[in-house]
Design a protein around this ligand. Structure first.
Ligand SMILES: [Zn+2]
Length: 282
């Protein structure tokens, strides 16, 4: 059956890029309404459905937007937590254009959702079953694909110049167990050398070692080091789970990604939905 949250949940935090203090409220929602984001700081903000077709920017995060130009950015970590909790319907109110980054991972979202719990609703859940292999490849040859599988599984590969990261791979079916222990705690990351550039273009105003892993050559600047082995690739898996949920459905298929990000995730869903013989909704 479809599910929503058992009661309202509130989070407070700052936006990674904006640095703006933001209140996030999740409210139970009706059957078949889906996951919708709305701006509580804008009087006439209409809900924006968390669908790949409403994604307006994928450069540093996944950002939803409507025709009036209202946006909600960095939805992916919450989306991943909603996906693994099998929540189909929820209204997400955000008091600024950017979701709070929390600790850079999905751990706090998952923890609160688990505490509050979910309720079953009166209609059956629908799934997106991948029927044919679909792929998106960028002009550098980095590619992402979905192929038929009974379960949602991910094989992700990254190759990072930073020697402390280097080549990392993740390959496993995505279930609650693996998500809670190996994926949800994984924080967003960047190279120390990127920080000045990102600041110069007005980004990461809210960034700190409290909400991002900072890599410097063969060192990690965060006290305590990585939280999980292969934290970097696993964070990419977290992003991919969140982005794949903008299909509007839980996916039955295997995702294979090689050095890809939000842009590729979004393009892959566009390729998938462009031909309705490639999938079925069951
Ligand atoms: Zn992320």
């Amino acid at each position: 059956m479809q599910k929503t949250i058992a009661r309202e949940i509130t989070f407070k935090g700052i936006g990674l890029h904006s640095g703006v203090e933001t209140v996030l409220t999740l409210k139970p929602a009706e059957v078949d309404s889906g996951i919708n984001f709305t701006r509580s700081d804008i009087a006439k903000s209409l809900p924006i459905k968390a669908l790949y077709s409403n994604v307006v920017d994928t450069r540093n995060c996944t950002c939803l937007g409507d025709k009036a130009g209202n946006i909600v950015s960095t939805i992916e970590h919450l989306m991943a937590a909603l996906s693994i909790m099998e929540i189909d319907n929820v209204l997400v109110e955000v008091s600024s254009p950017e979701m709070p980054i929390m600790d850079g991972s999905a751990a706090m979202f998952l923890q609160k959702l688990q505490e509050v719990g979910v309720v079953e609703q009166s209609a059956p859940r629908k799934y997106l079953k991948v029927l044919k292999r679909v792929e998106f490849r960028d002009d550098k040859g980095n590619s992402i694909s979905l192929e038929p599988s009974d379960k949602f599984a991910i094989h992700f590969t990254i190759d990072f110049p930073s020697p402390i990261v280097g080549h990392q791979e993740f390959s496993a079916p995505i279930n609650k167990e693996i998500f809670a222990h190996e994926i949800a705690p994984c924080r967003t990351f960047c190279e120390k050398s990127q920080i000045d550039y990102l600041r110069s273009i007005g980004l990461i105003k809210g960034g700190s070692l409290d909400n991002a892993v900072v890599l410097d050559g063969d060192k990690i600047l965060n006290e305590g080091g990585f939280k999980v082995a292969n934290e970097c690739v696993n964070h990419k898996v977290l992003d991919a789970i969140g982005d794949m949920y903008t299909s509007g459905f839980p996916i039955l298929g295997k995702l294979t990604a090689d050095k890809t990000g939000h842009y590729h995730n979004n393009q892959l869903l566009k390729v998938l939905f462009a031909d309705n013989t490639q999938y079925e909704i069951i």
